[in-house]
Design a protein around this ligand. Sequence first.
Ligand code: MOS
Length: 733
Amino acid sequence: MAEFKMDADHPGIAMDRGVQGVLGVGLDRSEGALKVSGTARYGYEHRVEGDVAYGYLITAPAAKGTVTGFDADAARALPGVIDVMLDDPRIPRQAAAFGPAHAGNDAIDHWDQVVGVAIAESFEAARAAAKAVVVHVEREQGQFDTMANIAHANPPPRDSRLQDVAKGDIDAAMAAAHAAGGVTIDQVYTTPNQVHAAMEPHASVAVWDGDQLTLHSSLQILAVAKPMLAKAIGITADKVRILSPYIGGGFGSKMLGPEAVLAAIAAQKIGRPVKIAMARAQLFHNIYRRTDTNQRIRLAADKDGKLLGLAHDSVVSQCPDGGFMEPVALGSLALYDAPVRQFTHKVVTLDMVMAGAVRAPGEAVGTLALETAIDEIAEALGRDPIDFRKLNEPAVDPLTGAPFSTRALVECLDQGAEAFGWAKRSPTPGQRREGEWLIGMGVAAAVRINLLVDSEARVTLKPDGRALVETDMTDIGTGTYTILAQIAGEALGLPMESIDVVLGDTDLPPGAGSGGSFGAASAGSSVALACEDVVAVLAERMDAKPEDMTLKDGHAVAGNRRVPLGDLVGAEALVGKGKISQGSNAKTFSQAAHGAQFAEVAVNVVTGETRVRRMLGVFEAGRILNAKLARSQAIGGMIWGIGYALMEDAVLDQRYGQFVNHDLGEYHIPAHADVPPLDVLFIEKIDRHANPIGVKGLGELSISGAGAAVTNAIYNACGVRARDFPLTLDKVL
Ligand code: MOS
């Protein structure tokens, strides 16, 4: 098994020496045709042997209280109904049930909580039965209001990812700034509850073979899902196999849903395969949300524009024992230099579904506030917001003093300003008008921490010269199949059509899974390292050192010999194994990806409507594995930015603890007509300290800062400042 420790003297890996020329190229995704032709099967679509039954989840009509009983006789008597399961103690009563176990009691912890499942011969019959069950509840008054309970907020749990930081005295820094003729900002910014709203709902098909469970589903990280599922249904993990070859969107939500647990329990009980998809409204209430946030930001700068102090204090919400805490200040930790720094986090406990990870936990909502505040202080100083950011660019990590691995924030700002035509922006709001539209430009910085997690892969070079890449890594729609083939192709000197990639099966070596923007770096490194094993054997058979051998177009070349790879392999396939470990990146360096976001908007002076006219994102995220797929990732994040700036808001009915807009008709996300031409530029810097393949996390980087660029542009257009997100037209007028 090839492993790796970051080391400056390392001679480099085969992928670096590759001359095949497939790495980095903007190839189409290899499974694209399967997806657009409907051939790729998603969670609900898997066909299994046997007589499949359909399930529909039964939920309780209260946010807090107790289930006192059920009337299910009418439901059981409906045609086609096989079973109505309400009493299995393993029914997960809280989306967080796989963490804090609320299973098996009668307490209701949040609105629309799952209490059972109806099983029938058809989806329609199961749904009719589920709706015919009367769930009797004793309601209690719940607490759903974060903002009203800020005074009762508590410090984060001790194991929280982000601990409080206090370096110096922020009040003293604010006073010092005033005394020296500088300026200060002290503002509160709020963001609402948000949901993942993945196009594909959570869906699973469960099949038992004796005591062996196979689950076909749509899950991001199988190494997390498998033990969770085993624990929830009371079997050992070795009895579980999960298949998740395609995922119709996840954004953090597809870890394990209640439908998977109930499909497994029901299939076991009735002795038939069972498939269950969650309804859209059930997703809004049973799959975790992104917490609402209350963020106080204080900035102090001297009259020359140097930051003297920066404080980012946040309050978020969570259910009791929720575990996760939105790391709101994550993006603020090292973005700007300031001698005085304070980051605090508090949490209000609510009777709501668990708050969990949604695309770019921390930075996505933290930078909405921080990058607005930075725009505000630049404005107060009479400085260009790009100049202000450059003036406060840290030379080393301002929190730890560690050098940055790669950091190109200033280059991103400069190249973006040039490409976007920033010089044409009027520094004063309200100066550009076209009929009833006011036009403005805005900028914001983007940042995302870089992570590396455990990941293993197997690469098999076969006697016919073809390679097979295998890992239980997933492709969440980002192009994992394609980039892993590109990595193997570059390392082994094979064209793309000679490589097969199999993913999303727990029988394969455990991979990183998709999440936290660690997927490409982690799984990609494991594949590159597995290729090292294979290359070492090929070199031996060529009587050459690996670095003296060239692999191209399915041939090995060393000295004056050129041999087809299949001939070198011989009768028995060559198997390489690669493993990257969480701790193997260089901890002595501060690692993050950065970018600069630019937006131009038009604001209607009559209606308050905002139209985003164009956007540009310039990003540095280490090596770019596939120019086209990287661009698609970046565009996806920027579109989320438009949504967070202008639309997304899960509106809570404070009487019942229910999201009133629990469908995609009323929970607004940007549609095609809302998204203008988006431009993306990459500044490629191979990060030798991050991982063997020099990649940094990209997926979540581009959501960071994108919303603030839009609302800063609105300020530049019409002088209205966004502090209460989203900035809907009623707030603009
Ligand atoms: Mo993510 S929110 O780590 O899929």
